[in-house]
Design a protein around this ligand. Structure first.
Ligand code: 77K
Ligand code: MG
Length: 218
């Protein structure tokens, strides 16, 4: 049986990257995606924007929806402050299996908790299961039609606090129009758009950064 694209991406990491060196893991995935096979990682250009937002927030506790092969997981985890933690949710077991090995190759397994399952099922369980109060930073990169229901779910589960930064990938391509309309029109968010390009291509894409302001009721 032939390998899958995530498995070929993992092999490229294990062949080219230095064990324990997160920067070289990121560089080797980008090299693979630029020269061998396109894959839906956030990539180097949008990745630099992700890095700057994560560095600015300096989150003690971060959440990622949509792990895929762990590329953005590694980008975020390598920038966490000492003791900082990243919880990442992935629905697809094959992607999760590859991501675990990419995260381990980067030497970041101690600051990352990968959860296999659907965001709609897991978000309501995060408080009791992981003992979290609220997140400092949330990265949305999973199914684009789940962005809106899941931001509502995060609000309802009181997993956002005044100042929580929510960063969403692909708000142009493939797009998340209902999500964009919500965060840009809701008084509960201060939203801003970072224009960029779809990973490894010249197509336009962008990231939306939305700061949660809290609710008006008491
Ligand atoms: C199956 N699946 C498991 N997780 C997911 C969530 N991610 C995406 O859907 C996703 C898709 C694209 C993309 C694909 C084809 C195309 F022509 C243009 C863009 C880019 C991204 O950065 C993404 O995050 C999908
Ligand atoms: Mg994406």
């Amino acid at each position: 049986t032939h390998s899958s694209r995530p498995q070929r991406l993992l092999r490229a990491v294990q062949k080219g990257a230095v064990r324990g060196d997160a920067r070289s893991v990121v560089a080797n995935i980008d090299r693979f995606c630029h020269h061998s096979e396109w894959a839906m990682n956030i990539g180097d250009e949008k990745g630099a924007i992700l890095d700057s937002v994560v560095s600015e927030v300096n989150p003690a506790l971060a959440l990622e929806l949509g792990t895929y092969c762990g590329y953005s997981t590694v980008r975020i985890a390598r920038l966490l402050p000492p003791g900082g933690r990243l919880i990442t949710l992935e629905f697809n077991p094959e992607y999760a299996a590859v991501a675990r090995q990419v995260i381990e190759w980067a030497g970041l397994e101690d600051s990352v908790q990968l959860v296999e399952g659907g965001s709609g099922d897991w978000i309501p369980q995060l408080k009791e299961h992981f003992g979290v109060q609220s997140f400092d930073f949330v990265f949305l990169d999973h199914w684009k039609e789940r962005y809106l229901p899941d931001i509502h779910l995060l609000e309802e589960c009181e997993l956002l606090r005044k100042g929580t930064v929510v960063l969403a990938d692909n708000v142009v391509c493939p797009g998340a129009p209902d999500y964009l309309a919500y965060v840009r029109n809701s008084p509960a968010y201060q939203s801003s758009y970072f224009q960029s390009h779809l990973e490894y291509t010249k197509a336009v894409d962008g990231l939306e950064k939305s700061v949660y302001l809290g609710t008006t009721d008491a």
